[in-house]
Design a protein around this ligand. Structure first.
Ligand code: DX5
Ligand code: ZN
Length: 226
């Protein structure tokens, strides 16, 4: 069985207390911090930029001081300048939508050259076909199970088929690539999503709407262990 990772999306956190929220969700067992960047152009919503990422970097640590990866999901167009800025702002992983980049291979190279892990994100109606041509430069494949832009939407079932397809491509490559899923993930469906081949799970509203983050993350892990 794979090493599962839970990546809480701070899109659903209390923006007035982001540093504390990052620490609480890490104390509650978060493996990665998922950081949703929206520009009101690629998606119809606006969140935060590299300065907020830099400010949060020092809070993304466990109680014993171990660094927790910041997983930056770029929903922006153009991609390149912000991708580089987020690497410099302390991101560990930077993912972007291939349809938002003019030169996908170049954008991946820019991210890797900054020392970050790089990933591609596929919307519900976007095929995986670019993956074949750049798989050697990809560390993360992120399958969207909602249309990007907002937290709290429902999981789109056709994502399961795409996760299965992505799993086959990753396994055939023989590379160590994370298969992440984003949108509508909760304890009630995480098992099914893992069975399709995902190993990394973004969850925003399912964690941050709960009083007890540890119980929320624990419920997901219990489902994965079942
Ligand atoms: C949507 C974002 C997601 C969002 C997920 O555009 O990419 O990361 O925060 O939120 P939930 O888990 O509530 O669907
Ligand atoms: Zn996201």
């Amino acid at each position: 069985t794979p090493t599962y990772r839970i990546a809480p999306s701070i899109l659903s956190a209390d923006f007035a207390r982001l540093g504390e929220e990052v620490r609480s969700v890490i104390d509650a067992g978060a493996d990665w911090i998922h950081f949703d960047v929206m520009d009101n152009h690629y998606v119809p919503n606006l969140t935060f930029g590299p300065m907020i990422c830099e400010a949060l970097r020092k809070h993304a640590v466990t109680s014993t001081g171990t660094r927790v990866p910041i997983d930056v999901h770029l929903m922006v167009q153009p991609v390149d300048s912000l991708a580089q800025a987020f690497c410099k702002a302390g991101a560990d992983i930077v993912t972007f939508h291939p349809d938002a980049s003019t030169h996908v291979d170049r954008t991946l190279q820019l991210i890797k050259a900054e020392g970050c892990q790089a990933g591609l994100v596929f919307n519900p109606a976007t095929p995986l076909d670019v993956l074949e041509w750049v798989i050697d430069k990809v560390d993360v494949v992120l399958i969207m199970s909602v249309n990007p832009g907002f937290g709290g939407q429902s999981f789109i079932p056709s994502a399961l088929k795409k996760i299965e397809q992505a799993r086959r491509i990753i396994d055939a490559s023989g590379r160590d690539i994370r298969l992440e899923v984003d949108g509508g993930i909760k304890a009630a469906n995480i098992r099914e999503v893992a069975a399709a081949g995902a190993d990394t799970f973004v969850a925003g509203s399912a964690i941050f709407t709960q009083k007890d983050y540890q119980a929320a993350i624990g419920a997901m892990r219990a489902e994965l262990a079942r």
